[in-house]
Design a protein around this ligand. Structure first.
Ligand SMILES: [Zn+2]
Length: 463
């Protein structure tokens, strides 16, 4: 902490005018940005630390609007299966076996990967043992929002493993979630927040919908939920309630701007209107739909949602469902998959993809008064991206944002500042010992995988 000046870089502000300042500078004092402008105008700022950002972009830290910290050790466990098998056969048994220590290591590894690729804020829909995730966010310096993935009903076709920590009654779920919000919302000087969460519709009763909705409104926080993820899930809800997913929530009278709805591949036009009318937040996870074939690209209505003015943010999901946590890749996917699916070359512009990963993400999590752009008075979540690299040259003013989205990658990120603290400098993470995290995570996972109720085999002989 202290006074930091980042100077001589190309500053992409993401402010309301979307100013880009060549030879720009950002001045930081403790956790706040105190000035943004031309380097010349800020040259007298007295700084303890000066970063020369020549041949670099200075921009807001990326916001991963959907990422499961607890699934980081499940990389490789969820490949090439449909959503139902992914959840109930592969990942829920994995989450059931997670110990406190394994959850903590999973989250540490997840934070390392996010910081390395320029993500400064994560919205985590939960799993369980979430105190360990909070602890990892606190220690690595990440900004984030955590939740408990609430569930209170299960059927034969959506059975939960015995001992799964989320397998609770309605009342127990409400109490455990209330406690998580009380314990974690506002921690670390406000850098960590907590909200309510529901896992996925087939495991949520109407009583739980109503109860969670009431608590979230009382506490002034959001409810995160995977919703309308694919056709199967929507058909299941329709059979059970007679309504599609958003119609059903609308019939319960609970929709509002606190609903934070993830994936949302299968929606009717009437549901789009309900989302708009209630200012619901929608989270697009293109990497997960490409990996798990949900339909978000083929039948999803993200271009329409964006045109209607619904807040659409961007997420990576998890290392078991994407499997990349690189938000640069997510921006690329958001700006390309719909073009291909509809054979229309200008559907979601790269500038829009960048908004989704920054200022729209901030709005989605109700934090845009403090993050999502580089503006005086906002929190200092800033990344420095190197552009004197073969994937960036040649670079023109007119191609700056398209190049960032179409050619940039997480590995281009050089320095990461979160809440005014330098957490990565010249690609070295300063808050944790990365080598030790990698070693411990690999060891913990090998132990866990042996206990899984299924065995995966390589397709090719491994000698
Ligand atoms: Zn998810």
């Amino acid at each position: 902490m202290g006074r930091i000046l980042i100077q001589n870089g190309t500053v992409i502000t993401m402010d309301p005018k979307r100013r880009v300042i060549k030879k720009g500078a950002v001045a930081i004092e403790n956790d706040r940005i105190v000035d943004v402008g031309r380097a010349e105008a800020l040259k007298d700022f007295q700084a303890d630390t000066v970063f020369d950002a020549r041949d670099r972009i200075v921009m807001p830290g990326l916001i991963d609007a959907h990422c499961h910290n607890v699934q980081m050790l499940a990389r490789g466990l969820g490949d090439d299966v449909d959503l139902i098998a992914w959840c109930y056969d592969r990942i829920f048994p994995y989450e059931t076996l997670l110990t406190d220590e394994a959850t903590y290591l999973s989250a540490l590894l997840c934070c390392v990967e996010m910081i390395r690729t320029g993500t400064t804020c994560v919205c985590d829909p939960g799993g369980y043992r979430m105190d360990n995730v909070g602890r990892a966010l606190a220690e690595t310096g990440m900004r984030g929002i955590i939740a408990w993935a609430g569930m209170d009903q299960w059927s034969d076709d959506r059975a939960l493993p015995d001992g799964m920590p989320g397998k609770l009654s309605t009342e127990e779920t409400l109490r455990v979630e209330e406690k998580l919000v009380k314990d974690w919302n506002g921690r670390e000087g406000g850098r960590i927040r907590a909200c309510y969460g529901l896992r996925v519709e087939p495991n949520v009763s109407d009583n739980l919908y109503r109860g969670i909705n009431q608590l979230a409104k009382r506490d002034g926080v959001m409810v995160e939920m995977h919703a309308a993820v694919n056709k199967d899930q929507v058909e299941w809800v329709k059979k059970r309630t007679g309504h599609t997913v958003i119609e059903h929530m609308n019939s319960l009278g609970i929709l509002g701007d606190h609903w934070y709805l993830i994936h949302m591949a299968v929606l009717t036009d009437e549901e789009l209107r309900m989302l708009k009318a209630n200012d619901c937040r929608v989270i697009h996870v293109p990497g997960a739909t490409l990996h798990g074939a949900y339909g978000s690209a083929t039948v999803g209505k993200f271009p329409e949602l964006i045109d209607m003015g619904v807040t659409v943010a961007l997420g990576c999901d998890s290392s078991a469902a994407n499997n990349s946590l690189d938000m640069f890749r997510a921006m690329y996917e958001a700006a390309t998959v719909h073009k291909e699916a509809r054979i229309v070359p200008d559907l979601i512009a790269p500038e829009k993809a960048l908004e989704m990963a920054t200022i729209d993400g901030a709005r989605a999590v109700h934090w845009d008064n403090e993050i999502g752009s580089l503006e005086k008075g906002k929190k200092a979540d800033v990344i420095v991206v190197e552009t004197r690299r073969s994937n960036w040259i040649p670079l023109h003013d007119f191609s700056l944002i398209p190049t960032l989205v179409y050619s940039g990658e997480g590995a281009d990120v050089e320095t990461v500042i979160i809440d005014g603290r330098v957490v990565m400098e010249k690609r070295k993470i300063k808050t944790v010992n990365v080598k030790s995290v990698l070693r411990r995570a690999q060891r913990a996972t090998e132990k866990l995988v042996k206990k899984l109720p299924y065995k995966l085999q390589p397709k090719w002989p491994v000698e």
